[in-house]
Design a protein around this ligand. Structure first.
Ligand code: SF4
Length: 339
């Protein structure tokens, strides 16, 4: 009640990441704002020292040092994937109430400030390229992935439209676990599709899907397949991101399942990558569960030799990844071609 006796509606409290988790995330060099997270990617930091760029720069030409990696759903996810390097044990509820989430502009201004704080410390190191650090303060590429499931954020279409409205923006990549097909439909309907949409694909059948993703929704497999089916007609660049885990999802008998999934998706690119024994995943998997680069190549050849659609486009040995390109739904690989 205001002093003039009028009834004043109290602003609903925004969803917050729990303080003890914020503490752990800050220790891991994350920036946190309400329910969102930001981080300086390992490759962005390496590029400041001119020690290389990420495979997405090599494959698609994105700017590694001007990349902003963040998530509007930092600690919200519907799955508990065994290979996840994030602290997913702390993931929160299955719903983000639309009344209690921050507005896209607020998220971005707060995260940009958190990111600036993570960057400015690099100016003090004489080994680092000051011009690159300076340029990195205004992102041109957004990687909406980092932690949690971004499609759980109910205002995602407005967020992507806001990023597209920024003059410096060249590209926006969004990674989804496929559990929110309605949100993918909304992105299409509201003209808010990212430059490149990734669907995490790490199982060729229902049983291994449950074993690897440990989903919370009973209809998780149907949700994932619904998202998969949408990719074939979406008016943007589409990618299946396959995480291979040795002795979990890389066996010979799974190949036919993968082939039919890949053909059905008709995506532009398929990234086939080894699981990496890093972060919190080391509590769940062994070092031996990483797949050797030669085996990643062999898996890829097994796909391409029986496909008249996909062929090997490129690879990155350090990231243990091979990327396939769709000859029948061809698009120029380098995004600069679109600039
Ligand atoms: S695109 Fe991905 S790998 Fe490359 S710098 Fe950005 S977050 Fe890192």
């Amino acid at each position: 009640m205001s002093c003039s006796g009028e009834f004043v509606e109290k602003e609903p409290e925004l969803i917050q990441i729990k303080p003890n988790i914020v503490q752990q995330l800050k220790k891991a060099k994350y920036g946190v704002a309400d329910h969102s997270t930001v981080e300086l990617c390992h490759w962005t930091k390496k590029s400041f020292k001119n020690e290389g760029t990420c495979y997405k720069h090599k494959f698609y030409g994105i700017s590694t040092h001007k990349c902003m990696e963040f998530s509007p759903a930092g600690m919200h996810c519907e799955n508990r994937c065994v290979y996840c390097w994030r602290p997913m044990e702390f993931y929160d509820s299955l719903k983000m109430d639309k009344q209690k989430v921050a507005e896209p502009k607020d998220i971005m201004s707060k995260l940009m400030e958190e990111r600036r704080k993570l960057i400015v410390g690099h100016f003090g190191d004489p080994r680092q390229d000051k011009q690159k650090i300076e340029e990195s303060l205004i992102p041109s590429h957004y990687a909406i992935s980092l932690s949690g499931e971004p499609t759980m954020y109910p205002k995602l279409p407005d967020l992507i439209k806001y990023l597209k409205s920024l003059e410096a923006t060249k590209s926006i990549f969004l990674v989804t676990n496929g559990q929110e097909p309605e949100m993918i439909q909304r992105l299409a309907d509201e003209d808010a599709l990212p430059t490149q949409l990734y669907l995490s694909t790490n199982a060729s059948d229902y049983d291994s899907f449950l074993k690897i993703n440990r989903p919370k929704y009973d209809d998780s497999w149907q949700r994932w397949n619904k998202t998969l089916e949408m990719l074939a007609d979406l008016d943007t660049r589409t990618v299946l991101r396959v995480t291979l885990i040795k002795d979990w999802n890389d066996s010979e008998k799974m190949m036919s399942g993968y082939r039919s999934i890949f053909e059905k998706s008709n995506v532009h690119f398929i990234e086939i990558k080894s699981y990496m024994h890093i972060g919190r995943s080391t509590n769940r998997l062994e070092y031996e569960n990483m797949v050797e680069m030669d085996d990643v190549r062999k898996f890829s050849e097994q796909i391409t030799k029986k496909s008249d659609r996909f062929e090997v486009m490129d690879e990155s040995e350090v990231s243990r990844i091979v990327v396939l390109q769709n000859k029948k739904r061809f698009t120029e690989r380098y995004l600069s071609a679109y600039a």
